[in-house]
Design a protein around this ligand. Structure first.
Ligand code: PLP
Length: 365
């Protein structure tokens, strides 16, 4: 099966083998050694001196953790959204009682760094900016470095909370250089590991906010996670098998080298966009901000998107994603993050070409 959805992504055999290991005591020395090795590896990938906490949860839990650990009910926040995941971050903040202002951009486009910085500057009551680095639902990467620079240039010290779930590990995101406060990722995206773990880097500024934050928190309390991590543990029972997998995946990533990983994603991103256009498909995202971890194309006029994905799966063992939310039935998405080569893309594109031209997919009448 050629699994080409934007997460969960395929795992290398070494990672799968690691995840099949026998259980160990999560309060014992073996686990502590592994947890410390993982934290050190994560700090390298995050390019940060901040704590990087590992949480047993889905990516959405990580988004929730950033909100409840840094904010109080009634806090004003500015939430930038260019798609489904930006909307989700805003909805979580709103569910916990934050007063959320949504700065929305048309799907397929990126946020404007100067506009975001200006919107934040214009209201001194905003406590935080919520922003997605790579919007998986539209295959657009926000210009995060420029945005952070535009904000910090004027001495703005407000919190920047970043959903980097489908970017960190695959796209360059030097957290300290960009001066970002909480940066979230998830094991099942570019990290080449199964779902189950999420990561959160927490800056000094974010720890000060944590001391004041009044939103209810328990399972996701960063303070408990930090205190446990100091002795190589987690507050609650962790997803031990996914720790084994992430440990192996990080070793592979550090062996490949971060510059090589970023180059590979850049190369395969461009390759995927080119190959999909060559078979007559139209890219959905603004080419200036096209993602190098996922590509979206428009469903050809008159064709049924769900019939295309079904035929690909049933006849060609290729699994791609459709659109989410308002884009359901309108776009197709091909994931290319983590354990991926050009050959995987070739297989998926060739199958897609056959499905689109063979007449096996009935067009919508
Ligand atoms: C996948 C993803 C999420 C959600 O992760 P889950 O593990 O499904 O909760 C959030 N944000 C982005 C950008 C994602 O790609």
């Amino acid at each position: 099966m050629n699994l080409r959805i934007p997460g969960p992504t395929p795992c290398p055999p070494e990672v799968l083998a690691a995840s099949a290991k026998q259980m160990i005591n999560h309060r014992g020395p073996e686990f502590a050694e592994m947890a410390r090795r993982i934290e050190a590896g994560l700090k390298q990938v995050y390019a940060t001196r901040n704590n990087v906490l590992v949480l047993t949860t889905a990516g959405t839990g990580a988004l929730e953790s950033a909100v409840v650990n840094t904010l109080s009910p009634g806090d004003k926040v500015l939430s930038v959204s260019i798609g489904v995941f930006g909307d989700r971050f805003a909805s979580i903040a709103s569910a916990y009682g934050a007063e959320v202002t949504r700065l929305k951009y048309e799907q397929g486009t990126a946020a404007d760094p100067q506009e975001v910085a200006k919107a934040l500057r214009e209201d001194a009551d905003y406590k935080a900016l919520l922003i997605t680095h790579n919007e998986t639902s539209t295959a657009v990467t926000n210009p995060l470095a420029e945005t952070a620079r535009a904000i910090r240039r004027s001495g703005d010290e407000r919190l920047i909370l970043v959903d980097a779930i489908s970017s960190l590990s695959a796209l360059p995101l030097p957290v300290d250089e960009m001066d970002l406060d909480v940066v979230l990722s998830g094991s099942q995206k570019g990290w080449m590991a199964p779902p189950g773990l999420a990561m959160a880097s927490v800056s000094e500024r974010a720890w000060r906010a944590w001391e004041q934050a009044k939103m209810p928190r328990f399972y996701f309390d960063y303070g408990r996670a930090r205190d446990s991590a100091a002795s190589g543990q987690t507050p609650w029972t962790p997803a031990v098998s996914v720790y084994f997998a992430l440990d192996a995946a990080l070793q592979m990533m550090l062996a490949e080298g971060l510059p090589a990983i970023y180059q590979r994603h850049e190369r395969i991103g461009a390759y995927t966009r080119r190959r999909l256009q060559e078979i007559g498909l139209e890219l959905f995202a603004d080419p200036a901000h096209a993602s190098n971890t996922v590509t979206a194309v428009r469903v050809p006029e008159g064709m049924d998107g769900s019939a295309i994905t079904r035929t690909l799966r049933e006849k060609h063992a290729v699994v791609i994603a459709g659109g989410q939310g308002a884009l359901t039935g309108k776009i197709l998405r091909v994931g290319h993050m983590g354990y991926v080569t050009e050959a995987d893309i070739d297989g998926a594109v060739e199958a897609l070409r056959v499905v689109l031209t063979s007449g096996t997919v009935a067009s919508k009448s």
